[in-house]
Design a protein around this ligand. Structure first.
Ligand SMILES: Cc1cc2nc3c(=O)[nH]c(=O)nc-3n(C[C@H](O)[C@H](O)[C@H](O)COP(=O)(O)O)c2cc1C
Length: 307
């Protein structure tokens, strides 16, 4: 396990739901805080699937952080109040989602271009008693300096930390990491900073820590979904049990029958174990029923355990 730095598991909508978080904590661990994907408004209410995902009874990890998608002040207030009713006292605010249909409505990373709207939302959120906030953000939406004005708004809620993905929204999840911008933000921000972006190994975490010694932690996203034993490579033997648990839990929780379970597992494999044998990964994506899937996935996992 990695000492001297806090490890956050990043929220990944569609991947790191409570089933994945519980299974990861049970079979691998090493994560201090598991962040849940954002909760959003649907037809004026918090989306029921989102509230189920953060419900205390569904979450067995020691520390879980729910998140709201930055949006209109009244919607943000409603989301945060619902999460408070679920028993949480810290809520993360997503100022990083780059998905165009969301960002173009001034939500997520799209709000970084509009610091006045950020301030209006934070002022509403600050009215809720007994809730503290953290923020997850990028350097900007279409300009890597937009964080500067947004940072001034943070005095309103005094975030417990700010997690930064050093890209702008328009880059989506690809392209150059803007490390100069991250370094400037790291030196300018009064709140503790968390680094998030393209971390693929424990060695990389230690390198970030030595480059930015005052950092509070690192947040690992796609790297951890791809290689869930990334933080403790000696636990790679737990892959089989981890995968069996995911399959079992999705079979219990998904009500749409075998095809829905199969599609959920195939979607996991778009990120999971890229190092597995290529032909076996292909067989997984071509599997037409759960028997074929189980056969191909078992062999693919063995190909990783045996390397
Ligand atoms: C499929 C997908 C879904 C994501 N969902 C969320 C989300 O719900 N909330 C959020 O703050 N970030 C979300 N992110 C961004 C990640 O949390 C993270 O910031 C990003 O992937 C960069 O970190 P990484 O390079 O370690 O993956 C998502 C990213 C991906 C690829």
């Amino acid at each position: 396990m990695i000492e001297g730095i806090k490890i956050y598991s990043a929220p990944l909508q569609g991947y790191t739901d409570h089933i994945w978080r519980n299974a990861h904590a049970k079979h691998f661990g090493g994560v201090d805080v598991y962040c849940a994907p954002f909760a959003r408004v649907e037809h004026g209410e918090i989306k029921s699937r989102d509230i189920r995902d953060i419900a205390q009874e569904n979450n067995k990890v020691e520390c879980m952080r729910p998140q709201i998608l930055a949006c209109a002040p009244d919607d943000a207030l409603m989301l945060a109040n619902k999460i408070k009713e679920s028993g949480y006292t810290i809520i993360d605010i997503n100022l990083g989602c780059p998905h165009p249909p969301i960002a173009l409505k001034h939500k997520g990373a799209g709000m970084l271009k509009y610091p006045i709207e950020v301030a209006q939302m934070l002022e509403k959120l600050a009215t809720i008693e007994g809730i503290e906030y953290t923020v997850k953000m990028r350097l900007g939406w279409d300009d890597c300096n937009q964080w500067k004005e947004v940072l001034d708004c943070f005095d309103i809620i005094k975030p417990k930390h700010v997690a930064v993905h050093p890209r702008i929204g328009k880059q989506q999840y690809k392209g150059e990491l803007l490390m100069d911008g991250f370094t400037e933000l790291y030196h300018s921000c009064h709140c503790p900073i968390i680094y998030n972006g393209e971390i693929l190994s424990a060695e990389h975490i230690m390198q970030i820590k030595s480059q930015f010694p005052c950092i509070e932690g690192v947040m690992v996203g796609r790297g951890l979904v791809a290689t869930p034993f990334m933080l403790s490579t000696e636990q790679r033997g737990n892959l089989m049990k981890f995968h069996a648990e995911l399959l079992e839990q999705y079979s219990i929780h998904l009500s749409g029958g075998d095809m829905q379970i199969l599609n959920k597992m195939k979607s996991l494999w778009t990120m999971f174990l890229p190092q597995a044998n290529h032909k076996l990964r292909k067989a997984i994506s071509k599997s037409r029923n759960l028997d074929q899937y189980v056969h191909a996935s078992t062999e693919a996992i063995k190909s990783v355990i045996d390397t």
